[in-house]
Design a protein around this ligand. Structure first.
Ligand code: ADP
Ligand code: MG
Length: 468
C-alpha cells in the first residue's frame, strides 16, 4: 500500500518541504526505512538505484538534528565526489526550512584549506568520501564524538572501490552508541560481515530481488568509424533477425534521416520524436506494439511512453553519455524472463562512455568483431534486412464510445463473414472513437474488405489499412 509522508512522525516543516518538492507517496524503501531510522535503530537497506534512498536516510537525520551545533551529528560516506555532492544537495533541499543548516562536503580532489575553514565554522552534517574524511580525522580537523548517525551510502560500491579499510577505520572512530545505516543497490557478503562488526541488531530491508538489473540482457558493442554507422546498423539487424527492434539516436535529425533511409531501402520502420503530435505518436506506438512496424527509431525523450514494451532488440545508434540512460534504454528488452539483446555502435570517441557503462553495470560488454567497410557484403545484408513486418494495422472507425469491444472485432473477422483464422489476428487496441487491429499481412486486404462489407454489433464501421 503506497502511503503518504504524513503517516510518519516527521515535524510539520519537513512534511511541508516534502510536499513542496512534489513527493506525494513514499517509495518502498522510504516507507519501511524511515520509521526504523527515526526509532534510532540500525539499518541495512537495499533498493535499486533511483528508489529514493537519499531521502530515506536524510529525513530521519534532519528530524533528529540537535538544536545546538557543536560538531557534526551525522556523517554520510559516499563512494565518489559526485555522489557526495548529490547527497549534500538533496540534504540541503530537504532541510531548507531548518534555519542555519550547515551541510559540508569533504571530498578528495578538492583543496583542503576551505574544508578546514568550514570545519572550524562547524557543520551539522558531513558528507564525504572515505579517503578525505579519514585525512581530516588524522589531522584532527574533524571530530566525530558527537555523531549520532553514520550512513554508508552505496556501501557496495565503496567496498568495490577498495575503501573497506578506510570505512572500518572511520566507523571505529565513531561513538559506540551511534546509529549506523548501510544503503546500497546490491547486498554482497562483505556488507553482511561489516554489519556484524559495526552494527547492533540491524533491521534489514530488501525492496527487490538482489542481482543485476541487466543480467538477463546480452549486451554487445560494435566498434565502428563514424562514417560506417549505417552499414554497421545493417550488419547488426542482419546478424540478429527479429520482429521488433528499437533504435536510439541522440538527435531528432538523426532519427528522421535514419528512418527515411531505412524505409527507402524497404525496411519496415517508423520514427518517434518530439515533433510528432499525440495522434501520430499513438498510431506509431500502436503499430510498433502490434508488430506492423519492425524497427522504431527514437530519441530518449520520445521513447518515454514505450516503457512497457518487451522488445527483441535495442540498438544504441548513438551511445548515451550517461550510464543510467543506457540502463533505462536497454531495460526495455529482456522482460518477462526472456533473454534480451542490446547492441551499441561505438565510435572511437565513444569508448569512454562504454567504460562508464561497464563500471555502472559492473560487467564487461561483449565486443563484436569491429566493423570494416565492405560494399559487397553490405548489399547482401541490406536485401536480407529489407523484410516487411509480419502484420498490418487496420483502422476501424468505431471505438469504446461506440460500444465496440475486442470480442466484437474478433467475431467480425473470424466469423462466417470474416473467414480469418484466429492466428492471423494480433493485438486489438480500442480507443474512444476508433480501434486498431493487427492482421497478418497475407490476409489484411481481405480483412479490410470483409469489415467494410460486414457489420460489427449490427452497425457498419469504416475500415482501412493504416500506412505510415
Ligand atoms: P537512490 O539513492 O535510491 O538511487 P535517489 O535518492 O537519488 O535514489 O532518488 C532518485 C530521485 O527520486 C531523486 O531525484 C529524488 O529527488 C526523487 N525522489 C525521492 N523520493 C521521492 C518520492 N517519495 N517521490 C517522488 N520522487 C522522489
Ligand atoms: Mg543513492
Amino acid at each position: 500500500m503506497p502511503a503518504g509522508f504524513d503517516s510518519l512522525a516527521l515535524s510539520p516543516s519537513l512534511l511541508a518541504v516534502v510536499a513542496e518538492l512534489g513527493y506525494v507517496e513514499m517509495t518502498p524503501i522510504q516507507a519501511r526505512g524511515i520509521p526504523v531510522l527515526l526509532a534510532g535503530d540500525d539499518l541495512i537497506g537495499q533498493a535499486k538505484t533511483g528508489s529514493g534512498k537519499t531521502a530515506a536516510f536524510a529525513l530521519p537525520i534532519l528530524e533528529r538534528l540537535p538544536a545546538d551545533n557543536r560538531g557534526p551529528s551525522a556523517l554520510v560516506l559516499c563512494p565518489t565526489r559526485e555522489l557526495a555532492a548529490q547527497v549534500a544537495r538533496e540534504m540541503r533541499k530537504l532541510g531548507r526550512k531548518r534555519a542555519g543548516l550547515h551541510v559540508l562536503t569533504l571530498c578528495g580532489g578538492q583543496p583542503v584549506r576551505p574544508q578546514l575553514a568550514a570545519l572550524r565554522r562547524g557543520a551539522h552534517v558531513v558528507v564525504g568520501t572515505p579517503g578525505r574524511v579519514l585525512d581530516h580525522l588524522k589531522r584532527g580537523s574533524l571530530e566525530l564524538d558527537r555523531v549520532t548517525t553514520a550512513v554508508l551510502d552505496e556501501a557496495d560500491r565503496m567496498l568495490d572501490m577498495g575503501f573497506q579499510d578506510d570505512m572500518e577505520t572511520i566507523l571505529g572512530a565513531l561513538p559506540k552508541s551511534r546509529q549506523t545505516a548501510f544503503l546500497s543497490a546490491t547486498f554482497p557478503a562483505s556488507i553482511e560481515a561489516m554489519s556484524r562488526t559495526y552494527q547492533q541488531n540491524a533491521v534489514r530491508i530488501t525492496i527487490d530481488e538482489p542481482g543485476n538489473e541487466t543480467a538477463e540482457i546480452r549486451q554487445r558493442v560494435l566498434a565502428v568509424d563514424h562514417d560506417q554507422k549505417l552499414p554497421a546498423l545493417y550488419r547488426v539487424l542482419g546478424e540478429h533477425p527479429c520482429e521488433s527492434a528499437l533504435i536510439f539516436c541522440h538527435q531528432k535529425a538523426t532519427v528522421a534521416e535514419l528512418t527515411d533511409t531505412l524505409m527507402i531501402q524497404g525496411v519496415s520502420a517508423a520514427c518517434l520524436h518530439g515533433d510528432l503530435d499525440q495522434f501520430d505518436r499513438t498510431r506509431v506506438m500502436a503499430m510498433f506494439r502490434n508488430r506492423s512496424v519492425r524497427v522504431l527509431v527514437a530519441t530518449d525523450v520520445a521513447a518515454r511512453g514505450i516503457d512497457v514494451l518487451d522488445l527483441d532488440l535495442v540498438i544504441n545508434y548513438d551511445v548515451p553519455s550517461k550510464p543510467d540512460v543506457y540502463v533505462h534504454r536497454i531495460g526495455r528488452t529482456g522482460r518477462a524472463g526472456k533473454t534480451g539483446l542490446a547492441v551499441s555502435l561505438a565510435t572511437p570517441r565513444d569508448e569512454y562512455k562504454i567504460t562508464a557503462i561497464e563500471e555502472r553495470i559492473r560487467a564487461p560488454l561483449e565486443r563484436m568483431a569491429p566493423h570494416v567497410a565492405d560494399a559487397g557484403a553490405n548489399a547482401g545484408i541490406t536485401r536480407q534486412v529489407a523484410r516487411a513486418a509480419a502484420m498490418d494495422t487496420i483502422h476501424i472507425a468505431g471505438g469504446r464510445k461506440d460500444k465496440v469491444r475486442p470480442g466484437d472485432i474478433l467475431g467480425a473477422l473470424t466469423g462466417e463473414a470474416g473467414g480469418l483464422a484466429g492466428q492471423d489476428i494480433g493485438k486489438i487496441e480500442i480507443r474512444d472513437r476508433f480501434a486498431y487491429v493487427a492482421v497478418a499481412t497475407a490476409v489484411s486486404h481481405n480483412a479490410v474488405a470483409s469489415l467494410n462489407n460486414g457489420r460489427i454489433k449490427g452497425r457498419r464501421f469504416r475500415a482501412s489499412l493504416v500506412r505510415l
